[in-house]
Design a binder for this molecule. Structure first.
Ligand code: PEP
Length: 249
């Protein structure tokens, strides 16, 4: 971690299978309470479960849906709107996860960079904060940076946008990027923002690392200056989430 306020998110993806196990997963976050003064923490439950759990976390933990649309309410079957998120009293949303962008081999990504840029601007215009995921498949090492090109204007809203750098090759594999690899890419993203927006934005924007982060590797990853926190999948379903927060807080 560096000079920015750290931020850690838990992505539950499409888990758990039963609503009766939600309480146990929420209790895993009770251990983060002592660190909330120094660190932002959010959880992304499945969209079906958001309303069920939103009041069941230790106070101060934010609940952020895993997606939203960029149109609002209306004839959008299967979508969630920003208005609905705000009406539940929630202040954050996560968009652009690689599992939605179709970067696991689908021929036509449903959620392109351009679409994500439109979504991000819409979300900010509506007054919500946004975690914006980027990350390259193994074959395209620099795509993480290319993916933020269409969102330059939105980045100027640096306090309300958090970038989650999640190399696809590290997600769910048990093999995280090395701290050097993550640091190099985070710095690359920051330098790129400095060159294409301005240095103040680059210095202020928070960049989370995601991809097999856990209590074992979080302390070393946290010691690198451009790593401002974590987006955690598998380990956010376990009590060790509080050790990950502790490592960076
Ligand atoms: C994720 O999908 O956001 C993620 C980081 O998953 P995991 O921690 O399980 O690799």
């Amino acid at each position: 971690g560096g000079k920015r306020r750290p931020i850690v998110g838990g992505n539950w993806k499409c888990n758990p299978a039963t609503a009766s196990s939600l309480d146990e997963l929420c209790r895993n976050f009770d251990g983060v309470a002592p660190y909330l003064e120094k660190c932002d923490v959010y959880v992304c439950p499945s969209n079906l479960h958001v309303a069920l759990v939103k009041d069941n976390f230790t106070p101060g933990v934010h609940v952020a849906p895993q997606n939203c649309n960029f149109k609002g309410c209306g004839a959008y079957t299967g979508e969630m709107s920003v208005d609905q998120i705000q009406d539940l009293g929630l202040g954050w949303v996560l968009i652009g996860h690689s599992e939605r962008r179709g970067e696991f081999g689908l021929p036509t990504p449903a959620e392109s960079n351009q679409l994500m840029a439109t979504k991000l601007q819409y979300i900010l215009d509506q007054g919500l904060n946004c975690v914006f995921c980027i990350g390259e498949p193994l074959s395209i090492r620099q795509k993480g940076i290319q993916a933020i090109v269409p969102i330059l204007k939105a980045l100027e809203d640096k306090s309300r946008v958090v970038i989650a750098y999640e190399p696809v090759w590290a997600i769910g594999t048990g093999v995280a990027a090395t701290p050097e690899q993550a640091q190099e890419t985070h710095k690359g993203i920051r330098d790129w923002i400095a060159a294409n927006v301005d240095r103040a934005t680059a210095d202020a924007i928070r960049i989370q690392y995601g991809g097999s982060a856990n209590a074992g590797n979080a302390p070393e990853l946290s010691s690198f200056p451009d790593i401002d926190g974590f987006l955690v999948g598998g380990a956010s379903l376990k009590p060790e989430i509080s050790d990950i927060v502790k490592a960076i807080a």
